[in-house]
Write a protein that binds this ligand. Sequence first.
Ligand SMILES: C[S@@+](CC[C@H](N)C(=O)[O-])C[C@H]1O[C@@H](n2cnc3c(N)ncnc32)[C@H](O)[C@@H]1O
Length: 267
Amino acid sequence: MTASADIAATFDAAHQEFDQLAPLLWDPIGAATVRAVAPRPGDRVLDVCCGAGSSALPAAVAVGAAGHVDGVDISARLLDSARAAAQSRGLDNVEFVLADATAWDVTGYDVVQSVFGVFFLPDMDSATARLAGLLRPGGRLAVTTWGPEVIAPVPQLLVDAIVAAGEPAPKRDPRHPADRIDTADKLGGWLAGLGLRDVTVTPFPHRVPLDDDTAWLLVVGTGLRGMLARFDDDTVAAVRRRFTELRAERGADVIETTPLIGIGHTE
Ligand SMILES: C[S@@+](CC[C@H](N)C(=O)[O-])C[C@H]1O[C@@H](n2cnc3c(N)ncnc32)[C@H](O)[C@@H]1O
């Protein structure tokens, strides 16, 4: 499988848990991104890696009947959730399209936004520069990323639980693209390096209280799920048991995360 097919398979498999996490995690951060980039009535918005619509849907509300939002993602199951949510909210100015963001070539957008998306794109820099090129002159690019702590302590608990269950520690690419934009300075510098001007970065502190079920949702409803892909059901159950024990031992009863919302303007 290609890297993109692997990612699509991970998020398709995660779709139920991803949806359960939405009110706790994705929706507040998506809404904060839209408040920061502030699409105006009548604007055309592209939401890149839109998932189940946590930022595309509030953007559709903001642009109103005279505006339009295109949401693009490679996970068919998450797009089904997004379409159902749009329908239940009576939003007919948003279209959710199964497409690879690296090939999307519609132009003239007022806003291009991507929440926890760009670091999944092969060659994040050139892919994001190309997406910025889909903006009209004076348009705004919004990129929301994790701060350095991501959803701490869940990723470390998961790695330790995998090892405690007798499996090799998952390897993380030390040059993971997300690490290159995980502070306000790095994200701001990176956006400026793409040729954007008047760059601002706004931290959005967010906390989620953890119980056993919510903590595990943060594994199986996020990209962390990819760490379990190579295990059979029994091994996943063993990892979950060790994860739950370790969380209790360490008294990990909340995640405190500070996503960064970076915005830059085209000339
Ligand atoms: C962590 S989720 C974020 C989803 C959404 N923006 C949100 O905040 O709820 C990352 C999303 O990126 C999508 N994705 C990854 N690579 C992609 C690509 N090349 N083109 C379009 N979508 C992609 C995944 O399918 C997944 O839905």
